[in-house]
Ligand binder design. Structure first.
Ligand code: NDP
Length: 291
């Protein structure tokens, strides 16, 4: 039975999650640092909490989806909140590293709360579908208790394990695969450009050999062909952070970091060129520069 749930963080993803909950009959309380972002949700039936602590107190379960774990700490690590979380559950859907998930779980345990860590592997426009992939880790009984709520966000939920960091670990590994393919794809676009062929013809051909990923790559190919890099599917800045997390994990785990170091250099250059607020396809501008 849909019940009370709070959502902290109303960016592109958080506001999508809150809207899905409202549409599925939950009584949703929301809070965001910038309260103006709650306006359309309030019109849909959500309630705006006056503070983060009010949001946490409004429901037995709080979903968090903000920029990163540092932002989560900024919001939750206050005495007032710590005194009010006992017996409550946090579902952390902010992307992060396995260690950040473990640290957050330790914070919840210390203050008597329960915890699930989730990694969303889809864009906001893909949320709420029967196959939307979301990885979840944490105590199995807490997962079972909140499985119906999580299914509102996407039917493709995989419970990865009880260790809090395991969803993030698998998320990082799959992201590594994605960036390997994506960077190879964009280098391919440079080959095509330098030989005087159309990038959208090339991306249609690549889509034929990678059906599941194909629609996204076709989209990116069309953006390059039309030189339009307005954010439409995946802001480049998300990739800057994701590749940094992959690199950080490799260094901390002591595994070979040749691939993340290479990918990170490209995305750091994109950041320095101020491409963060453009579509991922804008990485082509980095690849068009000399080495
Ligand atoms: P946005 O950049 O759209 O929103 C960021 C959110 O974080 C806003 O609510 C912002 O508040 C808040 N925030 C940032 N810093 C702070 C801070 N110091 N204190 C308080 N609040 C803060 O990001 P998304 O919604 O797209 O992403 C949220 C999470 O979801 C990220 O971890 C991302 O990796 C993950 N995700 C996103 C996907 C996507 O395609 N968008 C896909 C898969 C995962 P304010 O509005 O006040 O700035």
């Amino acid at each position: 039975i849909p019940g009370l749930v709070s959502v902290i963080g109303l960016g592109a993803m958080g506001s999508t999650l809150a809207l899905l909950l409202v549409k599925n009959g939950y009584q949703v309380t929301v809070w965001n640092r910038t309260s103006a972002k709650a306006e359309s949700l309030i019109r849909e039936g959500a309630t705006l909490a006056t503070s983060a602590v009010a949001a946490v107190k409004a429901s037995p379960v709080t979903v968090i989806c903000v920029h990163n774990y540092a932002a989560t700490d900024d919001i939750l690590h206050t005495e007032e909140i710590e005194n009010n979380v006992s017996g409550r559950t946090f579902i952390q859907l902010t992307s992060g590293s396995p260690k950040e998930a473990r640290d957050f779980e330790a914070w919840t345990r210390k203050h008597g709360a329960r915890y699930l860590d989730g990694a969303i592997q889809a864009a906001p426009s893909q949320m709420g579908r029967p196959d939307t992939p979301i990885l979840v880790s944490g105590a199995k009984d807490v997962f079972e208790q909140h499985e119906a709520l999580l299914k509102v966000f996407g039917g493709g939920i995989s419970f990865i394990g009880e260790e809090a960091g395991s969803a993030s670990a698998i998320d990082l590994a799959t992201l590594s695969y994605v960036y390997g393919s994506v960077l190879g794809f964009f280098h391919g676009a440079r080959i095509v450009e330098s030989e005087g062929f159309r990038v959208d013809t090339y991306s249609d051909l690549v889509a034929g050999i990678t059906p599941t990923f194909g629609d996204f790559l076709k989209h990116e190919g069309r953006m390059i062909q039309s030189e339009n890099y307005e954010i439409s599917e995946s802001p480049l800045k998300i990739s800057v952070d994701a590749v940094e997390r992959i690199s950080d994990q490799a260094h901390k785990a002591g595994i070979n970091h040749a691939f993340p170091t290479f990918a990170s250099a490209l995305f750091q250059k994109a950041s320095a060129m101020n491409l963060g607020n453009e579509e991922l396809a804008a990485i082509i501008k980095v690849l068009r520069t000399a080495n």
